[in-house]
Design a protein around this ligand. Structure first.
Ligand SMILES: [Zn+2]
Length: 272
């Protein structure tokens, strides 16, 4: 599933590919993706121009002249730009046809992705964005603020970092990586972390996500940005997907167990 660095890269490529294009019409081939009445969705969008694409947590926001489409790629969602003459792939489920003869096609093999439509400005206070927590790069997110957030829960740090309503954008890959880099065992109770540990954790979250954004994200299975390019940060992972391989820091075998319902990779020596 795309996490913050991958969604950030999709956002950047969409800004290159579709900014200032005007929608002529919209085709919806798999209605369940669109969380809005389909005819009204098509009607409202025709004639609107895409001003820019932004990101909030793992969500994309296509900001239009009047409305905002809040898009979640979930497992396999992908956007790509095509000439409208090009044959449609069977996984192209929502198609935005522009007045210049090009089309933005949303492909989704698993069909788990979602699109919500709101008037500009209303999207932040309505589902799904109303429940999205701090952006990791937000200067307001400090170790002290993290401590206050984590005091309210008895869950372990793995579960807490996956919880998008507290800190948004981290998924299974980056949670495992930041906990390894911070020397924190994934089953540690979040509320038991000291301010010093939270300082390290915060620093690693910002550093690892930032570095992955620069490297185009991680392509583990199928992720590509909207220009079809893969990321390369998967080459810099220390624990995710490394079960049985020697820890690059200490040499002990990386373990994998299920924590917070997710496959979790860690080093029992480096993360006590
Ligand atoms: Zn180790």
């Amino acid at each position: 599933m795309p996490e913050l660095p991958e969604v950030e890269n999709v956002k950047n490529t969409l800004n290159k590919l579709v900014a200032n294009k005007t929608i002529q019409n919209v085709t919806v081939r798999w209605p369940n993706i669109v969380k809005y009445e389909i005819d009204a969705f098509k009607e409202r969008l025709s004639g609107q121009t895409i001003l820019e694409t932004t990101r909030r947590g793992k969500f994309l926001k296509l900001v239009l002249s009047e409305d905002v489409i809040v898009s979640h790629l979930r497992m396999e969602g992908k956007y790509s730009l095509h000439d409208n003459e090009e044959p449609l792939n069977k996984h192209a489920h929502v198609i935005f046809s522009f007045t210049d003869g090009t089309e933005l096609r949303y492909h989704d093999v698993r069909k788990f992705g979602t699109m919500h439509l709101y008037r500009q400005g209303e999207e932040e206070t309505a589902p799904p964005l109303n429940n999205v927590g701090f952006e990791p790069f937000d200067p307001a997110l400090t170790p002290t603020v993290m401590q206050a957030l984590f005091k309210k829960t008895t869950r372990n740090i793995k579960a807490v970092l996956l919880d998008q309503s507290l800190i948004a954008g981290l998924g299974n890959i980056y949670v495992d990586e930041v906990l390894f880099a911070s020397g924190i065992h994934p089953e540690t109770k979040a509320q038991a972390l000291t301010l010093a540990q939270l300082g390290v954790l915060h620093e690693k979250i910002v550093a690892i996500l930032g570095e992955s954004v620069k490297k185009g994200g991680s392509t583990i299975r199928s992720y590509t940005n909207s220009e079809g390019k893969q990321g390369s940060f998967q080459l810099e992972l220390f624990v995710y997907g490394k079960k049985g391989q020697p820890c690059l820091t200490c040499g002990r075998e990386i373990e994998r167990t299920v924590i917070a319902g997710r496959g979790t990779h860690f080093c029992t020596n480096c993360q006590k």
